[in-house]
Design a protein around this ligand. Structure first.
Ligand code: CO
Length: 134
């Protein structure tokens, strides 16, 4: 069911410093920062030949990644994002299999303007999983 690895997300305390690390030290192509108020994050995408790295920093008071950053002050890997062809069909299949879909279970618009859902880490090997409709 899952397709390509769309991105790996890393939460960082300082987005400009992280973007510079990827651009200058690692020599990668890095996007401008984009605020996603609906998700409480600011994102920078690092373009790699076969996938992307999503650098995430908290935006606003109630950012869902604020607690993650408290627990991991220097940042850390936050989630992996797999592409699916049909996000509602994928959700229904996973729920039928007993997996927990986070939030109200309805897809939200993600960082690429496409529908996304998040799956509970305890159901997926301790890793938060994002599904994005390709
Ligand atoms: Co993501």
């Amino acid at each position: 069911m899952i397709g390509r690895l769309n991105h790996v997300a890393i939460v960082v305390p300082d987005l400009a410093a992280a973007a510079s690390t990827y651009r200058e030290t690692l020599g990668a192509q890095v996007s401008a920062a984009t605020d996603l108020p609906e998700h409480g994050v600011t994102t920078v995408f690092v373009e790699l030949p076969n996938t992307k790295i999503e650098l995430l920093a908290p935006l606003g008071e109630n950012s869902p990644i604020a607690r993650f950053l408290q627990a991991n002050p220097s940042g850390g890997m936050h989630h992996v994002c797999y592409e699916v062809e049909n996000i509602l069909a994928a959700r229904d299949r996973l729920k039928a299999a007993g997996a927990r879909v986070l939030g109200d279970g309805e897809p939200k618009t993600g960082a690429h303007g496409k529908p996304v859902l998040f799956l509970h880490p305890k159901d997926f090997c301790g890793t938060l999983v994002e599904l994005e409709q390709a």
